[in-house]
Design a protein around this ligand. Structure first.
Ligand SMILES: [Zn+2]
Length: 393
């Protein structure tokens, strides 16, 4: 059940007891108004449960949730609130609604809706920015993934400025292909205007990737996905992005989009401080399994992924980022601390969200309280800015 977001009575100091995700030791965390004001060590016997406390999860790539598609034709301001509230129950306290390659008018319309939704005081703290994935990506099959070819184009700064204006300057991340004509100057302009540039859905050469990084690109969007099934074993976009120390990959560690060996290899190369987990979840995520009609396509939602049953291929991710935390621990044997770092601390740092992503004095009191059994995270409570926004029934 979702707690009532009454803005009155939360000014006194409140506190929360549990196992700190950092070292799994018992603590009590004090918070007043919206900030963390104290972290006190406890003895094991002071706890009446074995639940963990971590900073809220931050997902910088999520296409929709609970039936709400941020790129869809009928998006409303109310839909954005509905998706946000549902994400709280999944432990996501901040996220970047992601709009993929679409008709330019649709991009402007939907970003304007997102910008309007951000004015809602109930959810505004959960949406620090937006992600535009496309339309300046590779038009080639495989590399373009599920993006519609007819809307893919070359980078156009004036056009992007119009989209950014419609978005109320809220686009903080753009995913583009570095090999397109005009991509490098476009990246420089994005970086100068404060937009983080990610490389994705591309078939850039090592040289093109290097030039893009020199121009300021920082992220490799869902590394290992958005790539053709058949690639040259020496010359493909994966190696140069993996070997480039200045690029932080985002990875979809839902257990299905990458093999265990890919996840382990990426993690070994990049390490905990240079890896970001993303869900890349589709709007069907959070809904009950079954068949759903989207446009002209029938999609099958299983408990794990979205499939196109006719073609028997993956159509997208169906799990929130909390699932990726557990899969990351399972696949790499990393600690809870490291998995949370990749799903909260690192995205906060990448986007200069200084008060998020950590449990330390002065940070915003965004917490999740959860159990962790067999590497499965189950969210019990979610707090944003010191307010309880979700409690499991
Ligand atoms: Zn993608």
């Amino acid at each position: 059940m979702f707690a009532n977001l009454d803005t009155a009575n939360y000014s006194e100091t409140d506190s929360l007891k549990g196992l700190l995700y950092f070292d799994e030791a018992p603590v009590s965390i004090d918070f007043a108004n919206d900030k963390i004001v104290g972290i006190n060590r406890l003895e094991k016997q002071d706890l009446d449960n074995d639940l963990y406390i971590a900073p809220g999860l931050i997902d910088i790539q999520i296409n929709g949730y609970m039936g709400v598609d941020f790129s869809g034709p009928n998006l409303t301001v109310e839909d954005v609130e509905k998706a946000t509230v549902a994400l709280w129950a999944a432990g996501v306290t901040s996220y970047f609604p992601t709009i993929i390659t679409s008709d330019i008018d649709r991009l402007k319309k939907n970003f304007a809706i997102l910008a309007k939704a951000r004015e809602n005081p109930r959810i505004k703290q959960s949406i620090p920015g937006f992600h535009l994935e496309g339309p300046y990506i590779s038009p080639f099959p495989g590399f373009r993934g599920a993006h519609l070819e007819k809307y893919i184009k070359k980078p156009d700064w004036e056009e992007f400025q119009e989209i950014q204006k419609a978005a109320g300057n809220g686009i903080k991340l753009i995913t583009i292909a570095p090999e397109l004509d005009g991509a490098i100057p476009f990246i420089k302009k994005c970086v100068a205007s404060g937009v983080v540039v990610a490389l994705g859905h591309h078939n850039g050469t090592a040289r093109e990737i290097e030039l893009a990084v020199d121009a300021g690109a920082k992220i490799a969007t869902h590394l290992g996905n958005g790539c053709a099934n058949q690639i040259n074993r020496h010359y493909n976009p994966i190696w140069p992005q993996l070997s480039e120390d200045r690029l932080v990959p985002s990875i979809i560690a839902d257990g299905f989009h990458l093999t265990k060996e890919e996840v382990r290899s990426f993690y070994k190369v990049k390490g905990v401080d240079k890896t970001i987990l993303v869900s890349d979840a589709l709007d069907l995520a959070g809904l009950p399994p079954g068949e759903y009609i989207r446009g002209e396509r029938t999609l099958e939602l299983t408990p794990n992924v979205v499939k196109l049953p006719k073609e028997n291929v993956l159509a997208g991710a169906a799990s929130p980022i909390s699932k990726c935390v557990g899969v990351m621990m399972d696949f790499t044997q990393c600690s809870l601390k490291n998995a949370i770092t990749m799903a909260s601390t690192n995205p906060a740092q990448m986007f200069n969200l200084k008060d998020l992503g950590e449990i330390s004095l002065g940070k915003r009191a965004d917490f999740i309280v959860f159990s962790m059994v067999d590497n499965k995270m189950e969210i019990k409570k979610t707090y944003i800015a010191g307010k309880l926004v979700y409690a499991q029934e």
